[in-house]
Design a protein around this ligand. Structure first.
Ligand code: FEO
Length: 167
């Protein structure tokens, strides 16, 4: 049986991951409108991945005999000034999620809920990847500056993102 405090925090994290999915979808729409189909594709894939993250917590709560209580999801931001701004907001979002996951991990340890640790460890590791991916694109965008040609090539590269197995 899942401890109530951990169950509540996991329900909160389902909402946080769904909010991320929603935020990435807003980013995808902006990129599509800005004529950057590769960026839009990358963001759409990321949105799907966030939905899967939410479902990992959803399934886990149910598998442990807990209660899933879905919460209201805030409206995502749709104010973006450039592709760099989009990825900087994405990196900030991932850093927030990392901190949420770390808080959840600390709570599970404090409550001696050892059965939750493997799932939370998976997310700790996943967040390293998430921050790295967003950070790399931020660095590349800073490097290419105002070059339309380089932006075009990056758009093509981001458009090749494939769905990841088991994410
Ligand atoms: Fe589910 Fe990108 O954190």
């Amino acid at each position: 049986m899942l401890i109530k405090s951990v169950q509540d925090a996991m329900n909160g994290q389902i909402r946080n991951e769904l909010y991320s999915a929603y935020q990435y979808l807003a980013m995808s729409a902006y990129c599509e409108s800005a004529n950057l189909p590769g960026f839009a594709h990358w963001m759409r894939m990321q949105s799907r991945e966030e939905l899967e993250h939410a479902m990992k917590f959803y399934d886990f709560v149910l598998d442990r005999g807990g209660k899933v209580s879905l919460q209201a999801i805030d409206r995502p931001s749709d104010e973006f000034s450039s592709p760099l701004d989009v990825f900087e907001q994405s990196l900030a979002q991932e850093r927030r999620v990392t901190s949420q996951i770390h808080d959840l991990y600390a709570l599970a340890q404090q409550e001696k809920d050892y059965a939750s640790i493997p799932l939370l460890q998976w997310f700790v590791t996943e967040q390293i990847e998430e921050e790295k991916n967003a950070g790399q694109v931020v660095d590349t965008l800073k490097m290419i500056g105002d070059s339309r040609d380089a932006l075009f090539l990056l758009d093509r590269e981001l458009g090749q993102r494939q769905e990841e197995e088991g994410e």
